[in-house]
Design a protein around this ligand. Structure first.
Ligand code: CP
Length: 300
């Protein structure tokens, strides 16, 4: 049994297989309508979602399975009964647990006490399925991943961490342009950097956005993560130098611009870029579905 808790679980070959299966499912969805026939999963969300919830529910349905949505936004896991008991119950009924949680520890506990695969649908530290959809999108548009140069701009968060992990495994050169002290998680970055070395690519952190030159891909995300109630206005001064605007896109040389969404238009990304010819943000959102189908078929 395999889990997707951090993204470190899979080899490069397995990542490539997940991406290739997703592409095949996207091209010929009718071939996979019984891939997990009769199987089911619990989709447990402690936080809001548009893309992840919709695409996981649809992924179960399109593969012939069934996803049961458990809304935990008003009752964090572990409050009504222990997480261990919660997992032991669910595993008597379903074949997979998909969790969006405040704490990575919650997912680890579900995996420890449950008996079915657990998929991370976002935690405080990682968003691994998002990163897989992101790199599928990059591969679709640029035709390759090895030594593609991706610049991430903004706050170093769970998305940044997962872009580093998956990028390191897939051979992508990832540079995180973040204000000093707001970069990716140091432990995750260090572990991912060792993988990058093994796969012939590199990870970097840089706080100077004037160095965003000669990149293939630009990527940004919200300056304030979900669940953090800091007003965007209050961090504007800190992050505005990292805004993905037309001037930065032109200077960077990038061919495509990604954003995992939801976007705060004219904060981390301008309308002009988001709606411009280099934006692939809705391809990226669509690919969440195909990656989730691929993951469910592999793990269940
Ligand atoms: N990118 C992402 O995870 O979107 P949702 O929060 O809408 O699921």
């Amino acid at each position: 049994m395999r889990h997707l808790l951090t993204g470190f679980e899979f080899s490069q070959d397995e990542y490539l297989e997940i991406l290739e299966t997703a592409a095949a499912m996207k091209a010929e969805p009718h071939k996979y309508t019984e891939a997990i026939k009769g199987k089911s999963g619990a989709i447990m969300f402690e936080k809001p979602s548009l893309r992840t919830r919709t695409t996981f529910e649809l992924a179960f349905y399109r593969l012939g399975g069934h996803g049961v949505y458990l809304d935990l936004q008003n009752g964090e896991l572990g409050k009504r009964e222990t997480i261990a008991d919660y997992a032991r119950n669910l595993c008597r009924w379903v074949d997979c647990l998909v969790g969006r949680v405040y704490s990575q520890k919650t997912l680890e506990e579900l995996a420890a006490y449950g008996s079915v695969p657990v998929i991370n649908a976002l935690s405080d530290l990682y968003h691994p399925a998002q990163a897989m959809a992101d790199y599928l999108t990059v591969k679709e548009h640029l035709g390759k991943l090895q030594n593609v140069k991706l610049a991430y701009l903004g706050d170093g968060n769970n998305v940044t961490n997962s872009l580093c992990v998956a990028g390191a495994i897939l051979g992508v050169d990832v540079t995180c342009f973040c204000p000093q002290g707001s970069g990716p998680d140091v432990q995750i970055f260090t572990q991912a950097s060792e993988l990058a070395r093994q796969h012939g690519c590199k990870l970097c952190v840089d706080s100077d956005p004037s160095h965003v030159r000669n990149f293939d891909v630009l990527y940004t995300d919200t300056w304030v993560s979900m669940g953090d109630n800091t007003p965007l206005e209050s961090v504007k001064k800190k992050y505005m130098p990292y805004q993905v605007n037309q001037q930065l896109v032109d200077a960077s040389g990038a061919q495509i611009v990604l954003h995992c969404l939801p976007a705060h238009r004219n904060y981390e990304i301008t309308d002009e870029v988001m709606d411009g010819s280099k934006s692939v943000v809705f391809d990226e959102a669509e690919n969440r579905l195909h990656i989730h189908m691929s993951l469910l078929s592999k793990l269940i």
